[in-house]
Design a protein around this ligand. Sequence first.
Ligand code: AMP
Ligand code: ZN
Length: 114
Amino acid sequence: MLDNCIFCKIGNGEIETEFLYKDDTVCAINDINPVAPVHILIFPLEHIDEIGDEELRGSRWMGHILYVSKKVADLTGIKDSGFRIVINQGSDSGQEVQHLHAHVIGGRPLGSLG
Ligand code: AMP
Ligand code: ZN
């Protein structure tokens, strides 16, 4: 838990949010500013700062996030039509929140990367 981290606060219930999915390690919520009909964020309940953190070395975090991404895609009806999983890193990517998270985006044709 990092003070002033919005995703820590959401994950531990300090900020009330509807969870699409939650288990003992990660949760999934709707993005407050969706870029597509389905836009979900999946993040660890524990504060992990970013890709490359030592805690991720050899860990199962990312595998679990990928596993949950298909689960929430199924829940929101985009599993068969397809979706994109995005992790922003750094200012050129537009990253706003410094707590590891993956975006699951779908519900419309997404075009090419970039
Ligand atoms: P990123 O730009 O990759 O750091 O993504 C951060 C995302 O978090 C953005 O898409 C924001 O719209 C979203 N976001 C910020 N605050 C909230 C919140 N309270 N609830 C849901 N989504 C949020
Ligand atoms: Zn955090």
